[in-house]
Write a protein that binds this ligand. Structure first.
Ligand code: AHM
Ligand code: MG
Length: 330
């Protein structure tokens, strides 16, 4: 594979490998690529311009919206709508799903996009990495009719593409269309993403566990037992604890080095914290495509049939042997 290949070239070159190839998904991915560059530009300026801090609004999850949350949401929505390929959008920052042509008008778009435009945004003020997560499905209702709730409530196994952008030490876009996972690094001088991590594979096992251990006393007993197992002086343990508090960054590191990311249900968050449709599902698809695993503790994430667009789910994801081990404790 050409090491100087840009993301734009890669999308076109791999278009024919995609099952439903008609060029539309490529256009949609190119729209997301463009929005990612705009958000990257803004994230990089945080601290210099008046963009950090709260927007004074609370989103549907009851969380304070940050100015950059709102900026990222607007850029991604605008970029998706401009491409004229998608019929609907679910965003962490929007209470209801967006019907692109309007709820009463026919819509020719084949795809729906579900996204968290700026995940981990509480980290922005302190210059810690944040991310964008996206998930793409083909609609299930007929093309040419208004998009419906059921178009979004599909199990993750039906995703046609998923990915994330990590705005980190360098900015990367990592995605899959169901044929492996590839990572592209932004060259900020040129403004292009270049293929830097071809066919990423998660090591089968690792020595990193990532969890907010401050919630330990609220975790289910099985999770507590697994954490004690990770800390035990035996074989290749104790593992290292690494928790950034930005799932995209925590997952990205674990995918490259081997490890497990956990956000269990706990007495504070009885269904967990992370959202199934635009956080757990896309990360789970990437994990599986890279040879890893993602589970809610007892069931494969991608097999869960959603009932609500903002529903939460306990999430355990990463190296397959580590997720298997965790499950054996639950
Ligand atoms: P957000 O979508 O409101 O940013 O929340 C999701 C984030 C994840 O990126 C991160 O892993 C987790 O919340 C951190 O939560 P906590 O501070 O409870 O550990
Ligand atoms: Mg989020």
């Amino acid at each position: 594979m050409n090491e100087h290949m840009t993301l734009g070239e890669f999308i076109i070159e791999n278009q024919s490998a995609f099952q439903y190839s008609s060029g539309e998904l490529s256009k949609l991915l190119n729209g997301l690529r463009l929005a990612a560059k705009m958000v990257n530009h803004e994230v990089n300026k945080a601290g210099l311009v008046d963009i950090i801090g709260g927007a004074g609004e609370v989103n549907v999850q009851g969380e304070d919206q940050q100015l950059l949350d709102v900026f990222a949401n607007d850029k991604f929505i605008h970029s998706i709508i401009k491409r004229d390929i998608a019929c609907g959008i679910v965003s962490e920052e929007e209470d209801e799903f967006i019907s692109i042509a309007g709820s009463d008008k026919a819509n020719k778009g084949k795809y729906v996009v579900l996204m968290d435009p700026l995940d981990g945004s509480s980290n922005i003020d302190v210059n810690v990495s944040v991310g964008t997560i996206f998930s793409i499905f083909r609609r299930v209702t007929p093309v040419g009719t208004p998009v419906q709730l059921e178009d979004f409530l599909q199990p993750g196994s039906l995703q046609v593409a998923a990915g994330y952008v990590v705005y980190g030490t360098s900015t990367m876009l990592v995605y899959t269309t169901g044929d492996g996972v590839n990572g592209f690094t932004l060259n900020p001088a040129i403004g292009s993403f270049y293929l830097s991590h071809a066919n990423i594979q998660i090591p089968k096992t690792g020595n990193i566990y990532s969890v907010n251990e401050g919630n330990y006393s609220h975790f289910p007993q099985g999770v507590k037992d697994y954490i004690k197992y990770c800390q035990k002086e035996e074989e290749n343990r104790p593992y290292s604890a690494r928790y950034i508090g930005s799932m995209v960054s925590d997952f990205h590191r674990n995918m490259l080095k081997g490890g497990i990311y956990m956000y269990p249900n706990c007495t504070k968050n009885i269904d967990g914290k992370l959202r199934l449709l635009y956080e757990a599902n896309p990360i789970a698809m990437l994990a599986e495509q890279a040879g890893g695993k993602a589970s809610n503790g007892v069931q494969r994430i991608l097999d869960i049939k959603p009932t609500e667009i903002h529903q939460r789910v306990p999430f355990f994801c990463g190296s397959s042997e580590m997720v298997d081990k965790l499950e054996s404790f639950l």
